[in-house]
Design a protein. Sequence first.
Length: 381
Amino acid sequence: MKSFTPDFLTAFSMTAMFAFTVAWVMWALGKKYWQQGLSWAIASILLYGLSYTAYTLQILLELAQFHVISTLLINAAIATFTIGLYRFNQNTEWKRDLTILILPLGISIFLVIVYLPASLMQFNILQSGITILQNLYILILLLHMRSKIQGSGWVLIICAVIIQLITTSSLIFTQTTNNLELPLQASTWDILAIWTVCLMLFFKMMALSSGFLVMLRDRDVALEQGKARLDHLTQLPNRATLVRELEKIVQKSAQQGSILSVMVIDIDHFKKINDAYGHLQGDQVIQHIAKILKLNCRSTDIAARYGGEEFVFILPNTPLASAEIVANRIRKAVNETSLILSNNSELKVTISVGVHSSIPKIDSKWEPLVDAADTAMYVYS
């Protein structure tokens, strides 16, 4: 049996040191994400480190109290990481977060009172069950978050959770006794199971920490890419984005044989507005029109700033009659709204709208569609 017996003191102490190192690396690499859940993720890794330190002290000093402390710290570490995921998802509910933290700790303390010191084995089995439930909760949370997460970080965290589920489940079937000298009394299966846990702890912490950092970085990159696709003044898609999307829609409409409507919108007398009120007030007018377009834009439509005071509105699967209704609704909304400028003066703005509808051909380009709508500009003005 001794040939199978690992040095648990070294294994757990090295794991604790690794956890503290990982926490420092996370802080060094991700300080700018501190308010986006990283602080909770680092706290989780530190709690894991403290837990493995308690395991080390249990083996070194042969005090059962450290075993209890370690299990409570693991519960707290998992709960803290769960809260970190909610913070990453920009979801803050303190009542829920306190429940996530306090409930498993409360149950664990109850188990300590009921089963220790009489039945360490029963305590360990039930405690492993709590850990499994906590990890299953994280797994469900991650699956719900999937649509909002970019990149591979999500996969790494899923792997870390699955690793912990597997290793914790294996401990349920080990014959843990009340004697702290487990390596001397455990079966070969017990020793291998616990040694596997020691090894997998390294992989789990690496996957958790790197996965969380990757999720934060990928979201940051996605946000920057999203900003590059938008017009900075109106936060509508810019011309480059419009062209890319319009090319796709034209080809899709041609393949499906569906009608596509294109609307061109121009702010009337915009140069006079700039000359009379200044360019900053002119920017307010552009933002005002953009806001109205957003309010009248369906999920399938695209409203974009084409350039200067001109906008383009794309309506897939929309016949001319329906597009005209939208055009008139937008014109009415603009006409009935007075814009209060930053100098407190009131300004009435009008727009001209042109609409063109057709079923594109396979080799159709986007430019003729916009030109046709531009030509029809004054029909609805």
